[in-house]
Design a protein around this ligand. Sequence first.
Ligand code: SIN
Length: 307
Amino acid sequence: MLIHPTGRFDNHPADNRHIEVRPLAAAIGAEIRGVSIAELSDAAFAEVRAALFRHKMIYFRDQKISHADQAAFSGRFGPFAEDAYTQGVPGYPQVQPLIKEADQSVGMVFGAGWHTDSAFLAEPPAISMLYGVDIPPYGGDTIFANSALAYAMLSETMRRMLAPLRVHMSMGRVVQTAQAHLAADETPLGRVAATRDMGRLPDEIARKVQGAMHPLVRTHPVTGEKALYCDETYATGVEGLTAAEAEPLLRFLAGHITQPAFTCRLRWAPGTYVAWDNRLCVHQAFNDYDGFRRELYRTTIAGETPS
Ligand code: SIN
């Protein structure tokens, strides 16, 4: 029996002067209240940014913003990232639609499976944001898990063992799953599914399948906090270990990070705006809202070479 871990939960808000912060769960997540993201002073924005690093995932309710507002707010966190899947709306290449129509039924949605965004890139995006416009009456939640807390809850011996290891991050599983479950179309994953043959991938996808090696434990560049860099979607091997050695280790770590104690679950509403730090958490979208439309807009902020 896996007993509930205890002892290191600390999601209390900092002393803020310009924003109100309400933690969502003991492990991760906080709602930021009392502000409109389109009209934040520099002082309020500084508290929002610090709250993101502290709570790993933050969200705002009832935001009424345009694509221009989303691009402007996102851009305050840093330069935009290359996005591995999505394409922008006309006039705003950085604002990328994620839409599933009510009459669409697919075997896999964008963001299915626990993951940290585009970890197969040499410099994966640091921060991702989503703005909800059309939301199912139920279903379509997004779930997040705190990979820094998961690291802190490992034994000292395990942490020492992991310290020198590098994880191989690859898009391979997503390509295989998309090929098996999706039609080739103009949706982000449909374009991946269109590759059809694993042996004859376009260069751009082949490079992402080849992927990148990153530290299995990474250090946040701003706060210095350490977190596990591992997920069930992209982490496919460990440098210097055989597949038989790496697989159980990665499976254990991915399961450890995403155990219920380390998660929070966001229920969307129209006007909800969420931001998360890919260096400190993993997340997953659900595919449980057939018959309902879901329309969100995504922006991603460039990251650094993980270290
Ligand atoms: C994502 O992984 O960015 C998508 C999350 C969602 O659609 O809930």
